[in-house]
Design a protein around this ligand. Structure first.
Ligand code: MG
Length: 405
């Protein structure tokens, strides 16, 4: 590993250079807020967006990055003439792969949504970088590839997803010298991923089946983008997190458990062999796991909301209902099988969610389509990067075919 955990991020040292990949999104915005509150400890050296050129110009004026990347080469470039002088501009997906490899970058925060994140994660880890990973699809689709690469190139992989960050924090409390999330000892009995249960937690199957887009977009506790909010309602978000946890922490799927915790205050837990359970609690605010990753696990004051202990709080736990929420079953299955299961499940889900958002299918068809495409695909245990992208394209086409029928 390229860094010592618990190293002090001193205010006098040179600021840690962060590449914010996905700067215009919800996680990107929270990351920039953390950077702004870092008292000079962090700076945004790279701001990358897909096509939000007006937004990135506004951000560049505030954060003075060395380079701005716009991955869609066909956007209207006119607003970019307003960039501060001295800010380099680069276009296209290749530019993204190049900037995350630059040696002056200390941490790559990868917060773009979708399987495109896999290629960028691969590039960053191939260059031995520290990768703060907020993109789920990279590990879901390319878990074995990325974890092998991490081992070979000696980079670091820090989770930003709140559940995985919580588990990492609980594990660190027991292994203070460990240098990556893969620090499970024999004393860990299981990882417990908490799930809010989403807006349909108490709904019947029949009601869930006919849920509208508006219903599904009403998340009770977290404020997130549309795709992830739908995934939360279907619990596919948890399914992807189960797969993510399997790779990140390097343990079998049957040592991962899901618990419904509607308040979203306990972000996940670790149960040890003696029965003790450690949990990480904080108000739902992504700035905490982002900050923990950007400071490479050093704890410093930050902008995150704090608990108000003068108020009453309650923590409820319920077992998950796999019949009303079959997506979680798919997650466990894909985590158990590994290989190409993750990329196929993810691609089918993305197409199905899009079709639901456009009123083309009912809500219950999302996991049903994923089930069908998973069953139809030819499984491979150790796919290459190019094979993963081929299967991604295949699963999208196949799902679309089913929807159009
Ligand atoms: Mg999460």
């Amino acid at each position: 590993m390229s860094f010592a955990l618990n190293q002090v991020v001193s205010g006098n040292a040179a600021p840690r250079n962060v590449a914010v990949i996905g700067a215009s999104g919800s996680i990107g915005g929270s990351a920039l807020d953390v950077i702004e509150h870092s008292e000079g400890r962090l700076r945004a050296g790279v701001l990358a967006v897909n096509r939000s050129v007006t937004k990135v110009v506004e951000l560049a004026k505030r954060f003075k990055p060395d380079v701005v990347v716009v991955t869609d080469p066909d956007v209207n470039r006119e607003p970019l003439t307003e960039l501060p002088s001295g800010t380099e501009v680069r276009f296209g997906p290749d530019a993204l792969d190049e900037v995350v490899r630059r040696p002056e970058i200390d941490v790559v925060l990868l917060s773009i949504v979708g399987v495109a994140g896999l290629r960028v994660a691969w590039s960053a880890l191939d260059a031995g970088q520290t990768l703060a990973l907020a993109n789920k699809e990279a590990l879901v689709a390319g878990g074995s590839l990325l974890t092998d690469l991490l081992e070979k190139k000696g980079g670091a992989l820090l989770p930003v997803d709140s559940e995985h960050s919580a588990i990492f924090q609980c594990l660190l409390s027991r292994h203070s010298n460990a240098s990556s999330p893969k620090i499970l000892g024999k004393d860990v009995a299981r990882l417990i991923l908490t799930a809010s249960g989403g807006p349909f937690r108490t709904w019947t199957s029949e009601r869930i089946k006919n849920a509208t887009v508006q219903d599904a977009l009403k998340h009770p506790t977290w404020d997130m983008g549309a795709k992830i909010t739908i995934d939360s309602a279907s619990t596919m978000n948890k399914a992807l997190e189960i797969i993510e946890a399997r790779w990140l922490f390097g343990l079998e799927a049957d040592r991962i458990q899901v618990v419904i915790h509607p308040q979203s205050l306990i972000h996940s837990m670790v149960e040890f062999v003696d029965g003790a359970v450690l949990a990480q609690l904080s108000p739902p605010d992504m700035r905490l796991p982002i900050q923990f990753a950007l400071y490479k696990t050093t704890r410093l004051p930050g902008p995150t909301r704090k608990f108000d202990w003068s108020q009453a709080h309650s923590f409820d736990f319920y077992p998950p209902d796999f019949d009303r929420f079959p997506a979680m079953r798919l997650g466990f299955e894909a985590a158990r099988n590994g290989g190409t299961s993750g990329v196929v499940l993810n691609a089918a889900n993305e197409v199905a969610v899009d079709a639901f958002l456009n009123g083309r299918i009912t809500f219950d068809k999302i996991p049903a389509l994923c089930r069908m495409i998973l069953d139809a695909h030819t499984f491979e245990a150790r796919p290459t990067l190019s094979r993963i992208f081929e299967l991604d394209a295949w699963a999208r086409k196949e799902t679309e075919k089913w929807i159009s029928r």
